[in-house]
Design a protein around this ligand. Structure first.
Ligand code: ZN
Length: 228
């Protein structure tokens, strides 16, 4: 009797677990299983650190007392070591994005991609020697380069895409209100939101809309967490 019950349940569990990456935006075997009813927002910022944007983003996060995950570009760290240190000191999570962020180079071969990731990790470790470097985000998202997903997982990294976006890179001239609208629309009806934004150069509307974006999720009783 016991066996009869166990087999269908185990199959059901396998089906649910196989869909978990698509529900959470994380594509990794070691993804944390979170209760679906829990409302969690993961703010993520790509393409920093920069002098003009990252410190302002950090000021807002500090003021609002929330944490975020920063996927950084390695070659931008030089001369911005203090900004990277400030991200870490603020309790935020740091992930590897790329050293060069040049698609032609990094997606030329699996070896080229892993070399780029290694260079970025080394650049971060020069400032933060204890950085363990397991978090990764593909420039452009893993949708661009599905053939490299296994390369990255096989090298021991966890990569995260996103399931909501301010579309601040897609529409660089968008107003803060338009970006806010993009966030609301793309995250609607999702309990676990991995929100893509950018702290590269020129993201003034991202900075301007960020307090309202944070308030929106606070008012909807989301918990702010960092990717692990
Ligand atoms: Zn990027």
């Amino acid at each position: 009797m016991k066996k009869r019950i166990f087999i269908p349940l185990s199959i059901l569990l396998c089906i649910i677990l196989s869909f978990m990456p698509y529900l959470t935006g994380c594509h990794c075997p070691a993804a944390k299983a979170l209760p679906e009813e829990k409302k969690i927002i993961y703010l993520t910022f790509d393409d920093g650190p920069t002098d003009s944007t990252t410190p302002k983003v950090l000021d807002i996060l500090f003021e609002k007392k929330v944490r975020a995950t920063f996927f950084v570009i390695g070659r931008q760290i030089k001369t911005r070591e203090k900004i990277l240190q400030r991200i870490a000191d603020g309790g935020h999570m740091i992930g590897i994005h790329s050293y060069s962020h040049e698609y032609d180079k990094i997606y030329a071969s699996p070896e080229a991609l892993l070399e780029d990731i290694g260079l970025c990790r080394d650049a971060i470790r020069k400032v933060l020697p204890a950085f363990d470097g397991h978090l990764y985000r593909f420039p452009g998202g893993s949708f661009l380069c599905k053939q490299y997903r296994e390369t990255v997982l096989g090298a021991g990294f966890r990569y995260y895409d996103w399931n909501a976006s301010a579309d601040d890179a897609v529409y660089p001239c968008a107003s803060p209100n338009e970006l806010y609208g993009n966030v609301v629309r793309s995250s609607a009806d999702k309990n676990q939101v991995i929100l893509l934004m950018h702290d590269g150069v020129g993201y003034k509307s991202t900075i301007a809309c960020l307090p309202n974006v944070i308030d929106y999720f606070l008012n909807k009783n989301y918990i702010f967490d960092v990717l692990q």
